[in-house]
Design a protein around this ligand. Structure first.
Ligand SMILES: C[S@@+](CC[C@H](N)C(=O)[O-])C[C@H]1O[C@@H](n2cnc3c(N)ncnc32)[C@H](O)[C@@H]1O
Length: 647
């Protein structure tokens, strides 16, 4: 029987696999310090393969560098043994919901989610600390104990604490922030679907370096936009020169060739432009002559040709016709121009074209127009400057005020902004991730959008349980941590959305999901012996009564197994009594787990009937190797597809 490894994947191994797929001949084998054979890259050979395009020295090249960058990348690739533990008491509708709220440092959480959410998240929105000189930056160090970790979450600006105030007197002011972002974005990118996209809020302070950083992580060619938010019409009061009225949202796709941006519904103002009407409906005119792009006849000769129009019969053609007036595409200064459509496209789409007289500098002339019809699915491309009043960041205060959370969180974004981002970039059942969740505006936006368009998008929020200052309004209102504020906001907003959309929601096939499962990061469930969990052998186990920590409940073990097997945290779980055993069934037959000490053939037979894909028992449940082999053999006979493993 195999043992589960109970640690996050080693991303270096994954990178080597990817290189192996591209260049199998550069992969070779060597032995590690324990004598195990492992795959390694033959660098001289790889150099050979890429010989024409190698940077030969380390000095001059175009890239963003800072002290600590290499260490950051190493950290991003190194596995950790931490896990998530479910917290039913703080969850809402734990069994039925598909939304997830995770308390913990997002770097650890992103690593923990690596297997389960690899290539599954459609949209990430983050609003990280902007590095204003007052932000708390988290030093990643996985060797601290739980007690030290908890203590430091409250330790605001103590020197040497894990959470430290990044002031510009810190010599590594930019480097520390960049390292923090780099590690997280490298890991987060893997979670995005191939057609996924990330949106990152930022201001003038770090926008330049963040853009360079993203160019490196996501690829310059995957840059989508640097959206400008007209967020503060009054301007930032602390500014000495031009008070900033704007912020940015940097946008990168994972793969620009598969990413599609949705359009926005037309506003009433825009609908008025469709003022012409014919038998096919309302339309607006768009000149067929290329205007803005100014491609001249010399630059695009195939699109420069005359068309012919007979005004008596209202006939248009790209070939000469009887009584046809020649129309040539020209710019207003007389330069020969081009059409937007080819000859073929024009002839195939004649019913979408119209010719009429227009005023020009040399008299009235015929010109050709495309009839752009107003259809129900008509959408407009969103522009890069977002100026609507709902973008004003004061609106975020209103979002919190109307649910009685006035002044408990200062840096929230308006839910309108994130809802618009989600509308443009997600389909109705996609997963949305925010790993700097703050007051959980992203969860609010996802629930609101689902209520409006009948969607089933699911959210994953990640927030550090950072202690609220004891003088803060939040603390006075009874919220110990920022995570407590976020969870309460989801509870209150969910109820409000259901109340306000009662009629609409009656028409839904499935109820609007306003629940969420809460998980918290913690040390592994496995005992901290000096063995790696995945290297424990049966003879070593005899030193230990159980390899599982005493304070861990079956649901803790189940969660770690779900993550280890790469299953999503949102899958439905049923806990059943079968014979005298407690059996956990995850999504009908994706996984069945039983952590009881007394495993016998009767329960094996019952579990086999479910034909599960995976079955997990506790190692300590078996008396000896013989017992274990018997159970494995019985599964092979009764349910050959089932893979049986132990923890
Ligand atoms: C600017 S706020 C996000 C606000 C959010 N967009 C909203 O509308 O409420 C950034 C949040 O990230 C959290 N944060 C900072 N470092 C973190 C880390 N390492 N892991 C998880 N959360 C972190 C902070 O506690 C803060 O709540």
């Amino acid at each position: 029987m195999d043992k589960l490894k109970m640690q996050t994947p080693d991303l270096t191994d994954k990178n080597i696999e990817q290189i192996a797929q591209l260049f199998p001949n550069v992969i070779t084998e060597t032995k590690d310090e324990k004598g195990n054979v492992k795959k390694v890259v033959d660098f001289p050979q790889l150099k050979q393969v890429l010989s024409k395009n190698l940077v030969e020295n380390d000095n001059e090249r175009y890239r963003l560098d800072w002290p600590g960058k290499k260490a950051s990348l190493l950290k991003a690739n190194t596995p950790i043994t931490k896990t998530l533990r479910p917290c039913r008491e703080e969850s809402v509708n734990f069994d039925a919901t598909e939304n997830i709220y995770i308390e913990g440092d997002n770097f650890e959480v992103l690593k923990i989610l690596q297997e389960s959410y690899l290539d599954k998240v459609k949209m990430i929105y983050i609003d990280p600390p902007y590095n204003t000189g007052n932000d708390f930056i988290y030093k990643d160090n996985f060797t601290k104990s739980k007690e030290e970790y908890e203590e430091e979450l409250g330790a605001n600006d103590e020197e040497g604490g894990r959470l430290f105030r990044n002031t510009d007197s810190n010599g590594r002011f930019h480097s520390d922030w960049l390292s923090m972002m780099y590690e997280r974005l490298v890991v987060a990118r893997d979670l995005l679907k191939d057609d996924g996209v990330i949106f990152i809020s930022i201001d003038d302070g770090e926008v330049t370096s963040l853009r360079k950083l993203c160019d490196e992580i996501f690829g310059e060619n995957n840059f989508i936009a640097q959206l400008v938010m007209y967020s503060n019409p009054r301007g930032r009061q602390s500014s000495n020169f031009f008070p900033e009225t704007h912020e940015y949202v940097l946008t990168y796709s994972k793969n620009i060739s598969t990413f599609k941006l949705k359009g926005l519904e037309l506003t009433n103002e825009q609908k008025k432009e469709y003022s012409y009407i014919d038998e096919a409906g309302n339309y607006r005119e768009i000149g067929l002559r290329l205007r803005g792009g100014r491609a001249t006849a010399t630059e695009s000769p195939t699109l420069h040709f005359p068309v012919y129009y007979n005004k008596n019969t209202d006939t248009l053609s790209v070939s000469p016709i009887e009584d046809g007036i020649e129309i040539i595409p020209k710019f207003s200064d007389g330069t020969l121009g081009t059409w937007r459509w080819s000859k073929k496209k024009i002839m195939l789409s004649l019913n979408e074209l119209k010719v009429r007289l227009v005023n020009s500098s040399d008299g009235r002339k015929y010109d050709v127009f495309q009839k752009d019809y107003l259809t129900e699915n008509k959408r407009r491309k969103p522009k890069s400057l977002w100026m609507e009043k709902e973008i004003n960041y004061d609106r975020s205060k209103d979002d919190l005020r109307v649910i009685g959370l006035n002044k408990v969180f200062d840096y929230s974004k308006p839910s309108y902004l994130i809802k618009k981002i989600a509308l443009l970039s997600t389909n109705k059942s996609d997963i949305v991730l925010d790993f700097f969740a703050g007051s959980a505006t992203t969860a609010h936006a996802v629930m609101q959008l689902n209520a409006e368009d009948n969607g089933n998008r699911k959210f994953i929020m990640v927030q550090l349980p950072k202690l609220c200052d004891d003088k803060s309004e939040a603390f006075k209102a009874g919220y110990k941590t920022i995570a407590d504020i976020g969870k309460e906001r989801i509870r209150r907003t969910g109820k409000k959305i259901v109340k306000e959309n009662a009629d609409k929601l009656k028409k839904r096939v499935s109820p609007l999901d306003i629940g969420f499962r809460v998980y918290k990061t913690d040390e592994t469930n496995m005992k901290d012996v000096f063995y790696h969990p995945n290297e424990l052998k049966q003879d070593q186990l005899s030193f230990l009564e159980s390899n599982i920590k005493e304070d861990r409940a079956p649901e803790d073990l189940l969660t770690q197994i779900i993550l280890d097997l790469g299953l999503e945290l949102s899958l439905p779980i049923e806990t059943k009594k079968m014979q005298n055993n407690t059996v956990h069934v995850v999504q009908t037959n994706a996984l069945v787990a039983c952590f009881d000490n007394n495993i016998d053939f009767k329960i094996v037979d019952i579990i086999s009937d479910l034909k599960p894909l995976k079955v997990v028992f506790k190692d300590a449940s078996f008396k000896d190797d013989k017992d274990r082999i018997n159970v494995e053999e019985r599964f092979k006979r009764l349910s050959p597809e089932t893979k049986v493993t132990v923890i």
